[in-house]
Design a protein around this ligand. Structure first.
Ligand SMILES: Nc1nc2c(c(=O)[nH]1)N[C@H]1C(S)=C(S)[C@@H](COP(=O)(O)O)O[C@H]1N2
Ligand SMILES: [Mo]
Length: 434
């Protein structure tokens, strides 16, 4: 970008606390030529006005290196990686890897950075030996190998995937933990998933009139399994074989997984090998234990498949530091809903007293991550940044207090409350309960 060094003239406030109309950046001709350490800070008084440097950097004076067969990110980006949640030797097989959500732009998570939850480790499956079986209440039981499935017509869709336990620390910890967006929100990712609509496979097998549910089982030692209503499988569920244009990564279920758009992560059974059509749910260990929600009155909600509407500001977010007071920043984040499209994201820069509508980046897709942003001029005082998403069905994120009223105090799945980041006067961003 060419530094133009034209100062802000028409900065249009849209809410208190310094939130600006998004055209402020463009209309005022602000140019940001030098990037600052942390956050996507915009320093209007650091715009370079020095003479253009005509000397050549060393890499312009010699031929470059050879390329590699499978590309990797720049070595200068090596610090951007997944982090694994703390575990003990007893729980080490159950691993939770968080995606560095604050370093992602757009709505697609690179495959190597997709979050991952593995109850029984990551199996090493030979695709030549892997089989998918479908049996139970069908006219004709079927067995497929990977090769024959790859010959079916496929569809693709960009969807988010979120673990029911994403952001659990904010549900259960009585005081807000000082953690990053990655640690708190990193169990959600976005990808383009390609595969075979389940309805084609179910139709081929022929459903008996009593068929209502399918018990879906993975080929990991420990056999993660879930009961899924037939209606979802006949709707938008796929047997996913590709993720962002390449075959699934082992940690995402290679060679195939169930993908049920908008539904809680654990229903998206990885390393898929068996579909048993039944008339009732099996109440597997995975659905009756860890993944049933305990309500405030002690009753248990048997199934809570949908991931509800949710959002988080990813920049600035937990443990980042705003480098400059009275600086310009772009507040940016992600919103999603397991029911459909995001209709609106509101942002507050004064702790929730006033709100402005953020800009939604295209494309805004159903059951997909949606990128929002809004310009902000920080006045240097301590404050709180919040985001509140609404989906196309009018579902709005609750406050943390409302969320906690609904569930038992120790319940932690499906936490979707409004997130607040506290900004201290020295620019430190910290997780907060508004
Ligand atoms: N077979 C199998 N499928 C599984 C799991 C598992 O441990 N085994 N983990 C589930 C959970 S809890 C989640 S959140 C998602 C995570 O998918 P990802 O690892 O591709 O992000 O996979 C689900 N499918
Ligand atoms: Mo999960």
């Amino acid at each position: 970008m060419k530094p133009t060094n034209v100062r802000a003239k028409s900065l249009v406030p849209v809410a208190r606390g310094g939130l600006l109309d998004r055209r402020s950046f463009i209309l005022s001709g602000l140019a940001f030529s030098s990037s600052l350490a942390v956050s996507n800070a915009v320093a209007s008084d650091k715009i370079s006005t020095s003479k253009i440097d005509q000397s050549l950097p060393p890499w312009m004076k010699t031929p470059g290196n050879g390329d590699t067969e499978y590309g990797l990110p720049s070595k200068y980006e090596n610090h951007i990686k997944r982090d694994v949640a703390e575990h003990t030797p007893e729980t080490s097989i159950f691993s939770i890897w968080h995606t560095p959500i604050e370093n992602q732009r757009g709505i697609i998570t690179p495959n190597g950075l997709h979050f991952s939850v593995n109850h029984n480790g990551v199996p090493d499956i030979d695709p030549q030996k892997h089989k998918l079986m479908i049996h139970g209440l069908v006219d004709k039981p079927l067995t497929f190998d990977v090769e024959s499935l790859l010959r079916y017509p496929m569809v693709s869709a960009i969807n988010f995937l979120e673990c029911a336990g994403n952001t659990a620390p904010n549900a259960v910890s009585l005081t807000p933990l000082d953690q990053t967006a990655q640690e708190l929100f990193g169990q959600v990712s976005g990808a383009e998933w390609s595969g075979i609509p389940l309805k084609h496979i179910l139709q081929e097998a022929g459903l008996k009139p009593t068929a209502k549910w399918v018990i879906v089982e993975g080929a990991d030692g420990g056999s993660h399994a879930r009961s899924i209503p037939i209606s979802k499988l006949l709707d938008d569920a796929i047997i996913a074989l590709y993720q962002n244009g390449e075959r699934l990564r082992p940690s995402q279920g290679y060679p195939m997984r169930l993908f049920v758009p908008g539904w809680e992560g654990n229903a998206n059974v990885k390393w898929l090998h068996r579909l048993e059509v039944t008339d009732k749910p099996a109440f597997t260990k995975d659905e009756s234990g860890l993944y049933s929600d305990i309500l405030d009155d002690g009753k248990i909600q048997r199934f809570s498949f949908h991931m509800d509407v949710k959002s988080v500001i990813t920049r600035p977010s937990g443990k980042q530091v705003l480098p400059e007071k009275k600086g310009f920043y772009e507040i940016s984040g992600l919103a999603w809903s397991g029911y459909g499209k995001i209709k609106q994201v509101e942002v507050s820069a004064d702790g929730g007293k006033t709100w402005a509508i953020a800009h939604l980046d295209q494309p805004v897709l159903s059951k997909s991550l949606t990128r929002f942003y809004i310009p902000w001029q920080w006045n240097g005082n301590s404050t709180m940044l919040l985001s509140r998403a609404t989906d196309e069905f009018g579902r709005v994120q609750p406050t943390r207090a409302h969320w906690r009223d609904k569930y038992a105090s120790y319940s932690f799945n499906h936490y979707n409350a409004i997130q607040a980041w506290h900004i201290s006067s020295d620019g430190v961003v910290e997780n907060s309960y508004a």
